[in-house]
Design a protein around this ligand. Structure first.
Ligand code: UT7
Length: 327
């Protein structure tokens, strides 16, 4: 008999209504639609309203995932939220979501692993379910990146968007998570960060004046790491599953830059048709990116029972990882 696996039994997503196009950005900073589309693959991104925080987006995605899984909020015992744009430094965004969706019996906490957050959170939930501590878990990737974007910095403001994705996990008889690979490299903490607002550099007139509460990124350097490490993560996770790229129906990646994904595809020998892309519509949504991409492959019926999919992501930290799932 095969070892019982943990699977994703319901997915949800929420994308704010407001669309910010490259043409809108042309009016805000010195950029062009042509530069953005050719250098990144992004045409537009969603922007949350002033009334919406990460937990509002996450709660909506969670409610849809629960509905699709056929579970009530009260049946969720573990709620993990991956985010780098929490409503507040504390309490956790997971607790805000718990209150909104009324998941009163869930143990709730956030994890901070930037764009790899959703994959890290899936893996944490998988461990709790596998060892029978809990039966039903909810994993959410939610971001309001517009709140930490410097709208005067053309090198970063064209890249990011807001959104949320959620997945319900439990043990399954068929399919499920086959293998994963996670990694981190703290030597590279400076490549993508928000310098101020934490205990290292608390808010002051100086930090506000210097715009240190916005994210700062060394894009070109990150690009090189992203290609190498996303390819490595996908290959290592597949290797652990005893599978190869030939077995893969869809690689569902974090959407940071279409050129990164083209280079990853080339490196691992996977045709671009097998890489799920939605970067054009949403830009980089950090921890929500991979969760929303998975949601769309299900919604648009791109994957069916028995298909092999690979979720893969890379982000600030550095963090990177991949998960192989039989759908
Ligand atoms: O989510 C996970 C972490 N994030 C990533 O992995 C992102 C990785 N990095 C990237 O996607 C790319 O490095 C960027 C899209 C951020 C930048 O692309 P690039 O090809 O590395 O461009 P660059 O930063 O080297 O800039 C090329 C030129 C520069 O002008 P000069 O110095 O050649 O005259 C920039 O000033 O493009 C200029 N530039 C722009 N021009 C028009 C930078 N941003 C813009 C802009 N519009 N928005």
């Amino acid at each position: 008999m095969r070892e019982e696996r943990v699977g994703i039994v319901g997915v949800g997503a929420y994308l704010p209504e407001r669309i910010l196009t490259n043409y809108d950005l042309e009016k805000m900073v010195d950029t062009t639609d042509d530069w953005i589309i050719t250098r990144t693959g992004i045409r537009e991104r969603r922007i949350a309203s002033d009334r919406e925080a990460a937990s509002d987006l996450g709660a909506k995605a969670a409610e849809e995932a629960l509905k699709n899984a056929g579970l009530t909020p009260a049946e969720i015992e573990l709620l993990i939220c991956a985010t780098i744009t929490p409503d507040m430094l504390f309490p956790s965004t997971a607790c805000f979501i718990q209150r909104k969706i009324k998941a009163k019996d869930a143990v709730c906490f956030d994890i901070s692993a930037a764009c790899t957050g959703y994959i890290y959170a899936l893996n944490i939930a998988e461990q709790f379910l596998k060892n029978n501590t809990y039966k039903n878990a909810l994993v959410i990737g939610t971001e309001k990146l517009s709140a930490i974007t410097d709208w005067k910095d053309r090198s970063t403001c064209v890249l990011f968007g807001d959104g949320a994705g959620a997945s319900v996990l439990r043990k399954v008889k068929n399919g499920g998570i086959i293998s994963s690979y996670l990694a981190s490299d703290g030597e590279q903490v400076d490549l993508l960060k928000i310098p101020a607002g934490g205990s290292r550099m608390p808010a002051s007139f100086y930090t506000l004046k210097e715009r240190l509460h916005f994210l700062k990124m060394e894009g070109t350097e990150l690009f090189k790491h992203a290609v190498k490490l996303m390819a490595e993560a996908a290959e290592k996770a597949l290797n652990r599953a005893g599978l190869s790229c030939k077995d893969v129906t869809y690689l569902i990646p974090h959407q940071a830059n279409i050129r990164i994904l083209q280079a990853v595809a080339k490196k691992i020998g996977l045709p671009m048709e097998k890489i799920y892309l939605n970067i054009e519509k949403y830009g980089n949504m950090s921890s929500a990116s991979t969760a929303v991409a998975l949601y769309e492959t299900v919604k648009f019926k791109k994957i069916k029972k028995g298909d092999i999919i690979v979720l893969v992501a890379f982000g600030s930290g550095l963090t990177w990882g991949a998960t192989v799932i039989e759908w």
